[in-house]
Each structure stands twice: as structure tokens, then as C-alpha cells.
Design a protein around this ligand. Sequence first.
Ligand code: CO8
Length: 267
Amino acid sequence: MSDFKNLTLDAADGIAVLAISRPAALNALNSETLDELNVCLGEIEKNDDIKAVILTGGADKKGNEFKSFVAGADIAEMVNFTAPEARAFGIRASEPFFKLQNMRQVTIAAINGFALGGGCEIAMSCDIRIASDNAVFGQPECGLGIIPGFGGTQRLARLVGMGRAKEIIFTCDNIDANEAYRIGLVNKVVAKEELIDTAKKMAAKIISKGSYAVSVAKAAINNGYDMDIKNAVEMEANLFGVVNDTHDKKEGMGAFLEKRAAELTDF
Ligand code: CO8
């Protein structure tokens, strides 16, 4: 794997913990970090030894690990953007964000503090979100005279419904972790000391299943989400056919019938 200035990567037992780390700016996303994320996720996609990715935020400049997940896009970089530059910045972010959404590995955001603007948006690009009890979510963009531009107007409405998404985006009110859980923005809230362990336990459970099957299920859920139900179910049937022709299917069902533990290896 390449070396990165604004990311740290720690991989063991099939699980990579990828931390966005810009301590001076509460891990705000600038162009350099977005490009590094894109390269890093591209390398992970090709790596058969990594089956799940936990995305989190590094410590702030005082060493506080629970201050910030990602405090947004980098305002200092955006302040002088022209319209074409701003558009290009949004497109630049969409590449790594779509990788998180669509890569064959499961992606879990472990949200360890501020998840504002682009921070909330990158968390929403992951498959699953686990928040520490001190996490804070919000879309402050309209207060800065802009709109959420890393997918927030689209993914927030899909996750929490249009009415709640409009309230959060229009009022710019932050919400705490429990409210984020209540409205379905996060899957789970845990004590901050347990955040990474909880994410690792969930990742370990998921990768103990058929990893190829999980990646195909992920594709089926993602691809079908915006389709009409008839075409979506037909697409599912096609993917069901694909997973029936695998080692893991023979092994998984064979092991059940033989009353032994399955050894699932496809990825
Ligand atoms: N960008 C740049 N620098 C930041 C950012 C940011 N988003 N957030 C924090 N920082 C910097 C601060 O400027 C400060 O730097 P310095 O120490 O040099 O003064 C350092 O991080 C520490 O921050 P604070 O001193 O402000 O820390 P506090 O504990 O007082 O406050 C907050 C923490 C509440 C998180 C505060 O920093 C804050 O409000 N940050 C901005 C949050 C925000 O508005 N985020 C949304 C940004 S806009 C966005 O994300 C748009 C995404 C879509 C773009 C689409 C383009 C096409």
C-alpha cells in the first residue's frame, strides 16, 4: 500500500481501520485528502486480504481521539472557489465516496466526534454507521451560503426521509448521536471507548459469513434501491443465480446438511 500524508491505515485479520488524519483542521477534507482516499480505497479494492473497512477520524492536534470524525470539507480551500472549481471539487469527492458505497468490501463508518457537512456526507457513503455517544451530526452548508455538495442532499433524504433531511439541511441545526440513531442516520450508538472495538466486532461477524455473498448482497441492495420493484427483483434473481454457482454455496449448504461448520472462502 502507498504512504499517505493525511490517512493512516492499520490492517489485521481481514479488517482495515482507515483514519482520516488532518489534526490541524479537525480532519476536514481538502483536495489532497480526497485524492489520497481515492488512491487508498482503490488499492484496498484490489486487496484480497482486506474484507472490511472501518473509516474513522484521527485525533486532533491536542491528541483528543474523540473530538472529530471529519469537520466537513476544507473551508479555507473552498473560500475562493469559482463555480467551475467548486463543481470539480464535488466531482473529485464523488469518486472516493462512490468507492465507499460500491466497493466489494463492507464499509463501516466509526464516527468519533464531529461529523459535519462533508463529514456527515462521507459517513453516509459507508454501508453502516456506528457513532460514539459524543458524536455530533449536521449539515451547516446553508449557513455558509452553499449547499451540501458531497451527496448530502441526496443521501440524507434516502436515509432519514425527505422531511427530516430538509429540516436538518435548512435549519443547519446539529443533532447528537442519540437523535441520529432515533431518525435512522446511524445504526448504533456506543460509549466512545468502545467505538472501534464495536466496529471491529461487527466487521468480524460480517467477514465470517460468505464474503463473496456479502459483496453480491451489497451490490443487489445498492443497485436495486433506485429501481422499480419489478426490475429490482429481476436483478436480484440474476445475482441469486450468480451466487449459486460458487464454492461457498456448495460448501455452506453442504456443511449445513452434514452438520459441520462451513469453511467459506470465496471473495
Ligand atoms: N475546514 C477548514 N478548517 C477547519 C474546519 C473545516 N471544515 N473545521 C475546523 N477547522 C479548523 C479550524 O479553523 C481550526 O483551525 P485553527 O486552529 O488553525 O484556527 C481547527 O480546525 C480547530 O477548530 P476550532 O478551533 O473551530 O475547534 P472548536 O472546537 O472551537 O469547534 C467545530 C469545532 C464546531 C467543528 C468548528 O471547527 C466548526 O464549526 N468547523 C466547521 C464545521 C463546518 O461548517 N463544516 C462544514 C463545512 S462545508 C462542507 O463540508 C461542504 C461539503 C460539500 C462541499 C461541496 C463542494 C462542491
